[in-house]
Design a protein around this ligand. Structure first.
Ligand SMILES: [Zn+2]
Length: 348
């Protein structure tokens, strides 16, 4: 693959987001966009029903999984994606953000005083108890920051692991996607939670040469900036991923202590939601933290690169005049995960 200088984006962090197999600017654009959480394809639901959404409760898994029945070369996502409830073990994040699993997960309740979980059919409102506590604390603070409440996207599957669709990370219960669309002042129906589209905060398109890669000021507000700042200042948080246009807006927003900006990292996609990643919790033996971000607020040369054409505009093949085909990645095999993830799958 072409290895250009990627100032904010070490190979290790790209691995952590699971995007290392894609080779070109075009492919990189396709990869994370596909993994970006709330995908704005569905039209808002016509339903105005305010019926309470059904709770997602732990359900017994369809068939017990015995260690002998597990095939190491089978896609791990097939096993983990079939799990309906958490592993009844002590809470533990095992492995790394894009290669691991989760024992003893808690569910974020689908309705809280100042949050609502979206896309309930995905059953991805599971996380390490520390992540659940963090999200509840953030949601509690939201009204002081100009938000009615938070709409919560994907956390993890009940036992973590690779997902059946979308993200490469979110595997160990320490990642969460939060919509940049504020929570309305009513309880959404289950149908609305499936169908409502998140709103992009940035100008489009971003993949044309010379594009204006800025936030859309008719949508982006100081309340958005204040929420991300509050989220980042929490000691539990290791990184927050946002679109580079949003990073630029945050760099301009902060006039005081800029230390928190260090944790806010530009990435493709992430214009409809921001992605919060907390550090490995105490007691999670075998949980691997990422290296700390490079020092500084990340508002200089790194960001200039992210806002240039290079990460965005497809590189056309000089012979065919077309973008090179996207390299298809083999799904991660069960044997690639930490050994303890087998116990997480089989625990009853
Ligand atoms: Zn995410």
């Amino acid at each position: 693959m072409t290895l250009r200088r990627r100032p904010s984006c070490s190979i290790r962090s790209r691995l952590a987001l699971g995007l290392v197999s894609v080779a070109t600017g075009f492919a990189l654009l396709v990869g994370p966009a596909a993994a970006a959480g709330p995908v704005p394809t569905a039209k808002p639901s016509a339903s105005s029903s305010a019926a309470a959404a059904p709770a997602v409760s732990p359900q017994p898994d369809a068939a017990p999984v015995t260690p002998a029945a597990l095939k190491g070369d089978a896609p791990a996502k097939d096993y983990f994606g079939a799990m309906k409830g958490p592993a009844p073990l002590a809470a533990r994040s095992i492995g790394s953000y894009a290669k691991g699993c989760l024992a003893g997960a808690n569910a974020l309740p689908v309705n809280g005083p100042t949050w609502q979980v979206m896309r309930l059919s995905r059953n991805r409102n599971w996380g390490h108890p520390d992540l659940i506590r963090y999200l509840q604390d953030l949601a509690k603070a939201a009204p002081t920051l100009g938000w009615n409440g938070l709409l919560v996207g994907d956390l993890a599957q009940p036992r973590g692991g690779p997902m059946t669709s979308g993200h490469s990370s979110h595997q160990i219960g320490l990642d969460a996607d939060l919509w940049l669309t504020p929570m309305p002042n009513r309880i959404l129906s289950a149908e609305e939670r499936e169908n409502i589209s998140a709103i992009s905060m940035v100008k489009h398109p971003q993949d044309k040469a010379g594009a204006d890669r800025s936030v859309d000021r008719s949508k982006w507000t100081d309340s958005h900036a204040a929420l991300i700042r509050h989220a980042a200042k929490d000691r539990r948080v290791a990184r927050i991923f946002v679109n580079p246009a949003i990073k630029k807006a945050l760099c301009e927003f902060e006039t005081g202590d800029r230390a928190w900006l260090n944790k806010v990292r530009p990435w493709w996609g992430h214009d409809y939601h921001f992605h919060v990643r907390i550090a490995c919790p105490a007691g999670s033996t075998g949980c691997s933290d990422q290296d700390a971000p490079p020092p500084g607020d990340g508002c200089g040369a790194d960001l200039t690169w992210w806002l240039s054409d290079e990460p965005w505009v497809p590189k056309l093949d000089p012979v065919t005049g077309k973008p090179p085909p996207v390299e298809k990645k083999r799904p991660m095999a069960l044997s690639a995960l930490p050994k303890d993830c087998t116990s997480v799958l089989t625990a009853r």
